[in-house]
Design a protein around this ligand. Sequence first.
Ligand code: HCR
Length: 420
Amino acid sequence: MSSTSASWTSFIKSLASYNGDLSSLTAPPFILSPTSLVEYSQYWSEHVDLFLAPNFIQQEPNDIDSVELKHMVAVLRWFISTLKSQYCSRAETLGGEKKPLNPFLGELFVGKWTDESPSKKFGETLLVSEQVSHHPPITAYAIQNKTNKTTLQGYNGVRASMSATALNVRQYGHALLSYENLNEKYLITLPPLHIEGILMAAPFVELEQKSYIQSSAGYVAVIEYSGKGYFSGKSNSFKARIYKNISEAEDKTKALYTVSGQWSGVSSISRGNTVASDAQVFFDAKNSKPQHLTVKPIEEQSPLESRRAWQKVAEAIRANNYNLIHEEKTKIENEQRELRKKEAADDTPWKQKFFEEIDYTTLTEEDDETGYVKLANMANLSLKNVPSGTRKGSSKDNETEAGSHWRFCPERLDTTDIVF
Ligand code: HCR
């Protein structure tokens, strides 16, 4: 047995007794990614044109659909366009899914997308991503385009469990999209996923079950995911239906639009409940190149910025040097331990830079400026700390009373010393 397959075998054995905390998982070097999880927030906006598209939709005199429904279709297209970057990009660039670096508390990743539109109507789009909690690991982010008064904010954490052949991952958190000029908001829930191919040392992500997009205008999109064999026999398949509101979503024949296909490939859209064989292309992920954000050089980054903080670990991972990875990681972990001890001794807990924790179960719809409470109520979704997309009154909803979430403080971004 080669040393690579021996270390993979012992990794699989360790997964069998795995406790759900991804930071405690010690993986062999060839499965480590040199990128921190705090960077993954960038995948929400690698199609800036689609992210901003609703701002440029016009209502035509002969339109059958309301302009709000046209916006919902555009938001769904943008959401589908994010999935390939979110869930397939490591497989494409690194040859398989990898274990990301586990961000330290306060770790930052910032960058910007420049305007590549010929008319320069997009303006600049900024990303700020921050590790707001280490135990459990939670990353919060905001993507802000001031030119078009468009902001996406959200947070997410994952909990995992091992079954016979796959690592099952539940996402906690949500994303909130606001188009201020349109006076519209959208709540987006995060789908469960599992990692297949672990036994073959060729891990890849497959999404499962459902996620939702609830619009403040009432429309709701229900997206169902499946792997090989269910809808179409193809991996990364999905079927999304848009309804007038959440009660209509109880009956699939009431769908206003149906979109079906592969989120990593081509999907098509039809009116009604089924997708016709000659349906119009909705999104073609293979022929739609992602626009990567620009990040300033490492020398200009603050010590809290991810690529600067992890530089030596990342180099050791690229060099496949296990001792050096361990040595450099230990330095960061020890520094963090010392910081936490000092904070405890001085009674000055760590203060998050751009986000604050909030208990939404204590807020009324009117008191909540983000719109989360209202949108979650409209979609009949739980406000508690339960897996993203949990319906009110379901068994998961009854597992806890806690309702703390993370929200963006835009004024802190306006006054920050962090350079983009
Ligand atoms: C599960 C995962 C870490 C979490 C990653 C998340 C859920 C993070 C938020 C992003 O918005 C979306 C996202 C995409 C990733 O696909 C997902 C990762 C996939 C693998 C990774 C595990 C921790 C890796 C486990 C080790 C494997 C290779 C056995």
